[in-house]
Write a new protein. Structure first.
Length: 403
């Protein structure tokens, strides 16, 4: 029988760590056993999975992309300690995001972003789209170790999923973009990805009358609505709709006892009590803070390439070497291969590696299988997205650059 006392102590400890990481949209302190909150409860002996690296200078999108969460009622209590804890630490994915950074999203902005997401003319070769690396048919990622970009170049890191990315505190594995609009500008300009420039993007869009009209409707009152910044915001507006509510985990948190079986509930217990949740918390089960990859034991070079020092490349701070953003785990069963290097294809293997590297614990086969079974319950209802019919180019539209 699972030791419930140990679970209760571990829950308290992990909640304390989650609160210490900084509360965001999905992080909340909830009542624990005895009516105390996690902030009031005494620390247990279970060690955290490693100290988080502060998200300095990167304003998070998560608090401004929020929505009321019905899981708050479950977090207030109800007799099921595990459900109360899960509601407090994770919450659920909302049906929709209505605003970004306090600005309501308009249908015109979302529709424009929808078209731009699938338009290859944002790339200089006119072959590569946002959907190329963030395929909405395959979990919002491209399911290869690293993406292939302009001139068949290989990217440096595995492509993160765009699904639920609006709830991350920052974008990219190293958090170098504060929000999805800033993130959208990066691949468009990167020589290894879409290999374009702001000037070429604007020239291309201004050459297409339907886009000029749509930008005017999406950004009314602006003297020059067709701009690189507005392109990026429109993409962000569309990507904010790519949320995956109604996972089996969400249904269980909201009271559907049949949504998780015994193995999956045990996996959730292990996920919390082993320390996984100290890094992977919030609505997106991660994406809120940075941690060294290899807190206890550094993985081999095939999984942690020596040449990729993670957040150090952004901050130039020695303590940020091999530090990466905790990967969001929603829909994780759809986004193999795993880790920033994209070198692990099996979810159970990825769980076992994290146990050794981050927790200093050898998870046995049954434990890794149970945690992986639980993680598969985080797959939500996938967004239904119709492939758009794009407006035609004109005689003044720039011609593609040879790859």
């Amino acid at each position: 029988m699972y030791d419930r006392t140990r679970l209760g102590l571990a829950i308290t400890a992990i909640l304390l760590v989650a609160v210490a990481c900084g509360k965001t949209d999905g992080d909340r302190a909830a009542p624990v056993a005895g009516g105390a909150t996690a902030v009031d409860a005494p620390a247990a002996a279970t060690p955290p999975a490693g100290d988080p690296v502060a998200v300095e200078g990167v304003p998070g999108t998560a608090p401004t992309a929020g929505a009321a969460d019905p899981a708050d009622a479950a977090a207030a209590g109800g007799g099921n300690t595990l459900r109360t804890t899960a509601a407090a630490m994770f919450g659920t994915i909302p049906e929709r995001v209505e605003a970004l950074r306090g600005k309501p999203l308009s249908d015109d902005q979302v529709e424009l972003g929808h078209m731009l997401f699938f338009d290859p003319r944002l790339s200089s070769s006119q072959l590569i789209t946002c959907n190329t690396c963030h395929s909405l048919g395959t979990g919002g990622a491209d399911n290869v170790p690293v993406s292939i970009g302009h001139g068949w170049q290989r990217g440096p890191r595995n492509s993160p999923t765009v699904l639920n990315a609006v709830f991350n505190a920052a974008q990219f594995w190293d958090g170098r973009a504060a929000d999805l609009a800033e993130q959208a500008k990066g691949p468009v300009q990167a020589s290894v990805e879409m290999n374009s420039t702001p000037e070429l993007v604007v020239k291309t869009l201004e050459s297409i009358p339907e886009y000029v009209d749509r930008f005017g409707k999406a950004f009314p009152g602006e003297a020059r609505p067709v701009s690189f910044d507005n392109m990026a915001f429109a993409l962000e507006a569309f990507e904010a709709t790519l949320v995956t509510p109604d996972s089996r985990f969400d249904r269980w948190v909201l009271g559907d006892d049949a949504a998780l079986d015994a193995t999956e509930r045990r996996g959730l217990e292990l996920f919390v009590s082993s320390g996984c949740a100290s890094c992977h918390n919030g609505r997106n089960f991660g994406g809120q803070a940075y941690f060294p990859f290899g807190v206890i034991e550094r993985p081999g070079a095939e999984i942690l390439p020596a040449g990729d020092k993670g957040r150090f490349e952004v901050t130039a701070t020695a303590s940020d070497e091999y530090v990466f953003r905790a990967a969001p785990l929603r829909n994780v069963e759809l986004t193999a291969p795993y880790f920033h290097s994209g070198q692990v294809w099996d979810l159970e293997q990825a769980v076992a590696i994290m146990g050794t590297a981050q927790l200093g614990r050898e998870l046995d086969g049954d434990e890794a299988s149970a945690i992986a079974a639980f993680l598969r319950t985080l797959t939500g209802r996938q967004p239904t997205v119709e492939y758009p019919i794009l407006p035609p180019s004109t005689a003044t539209t720039p011609r593609p650059v040879a790859q």
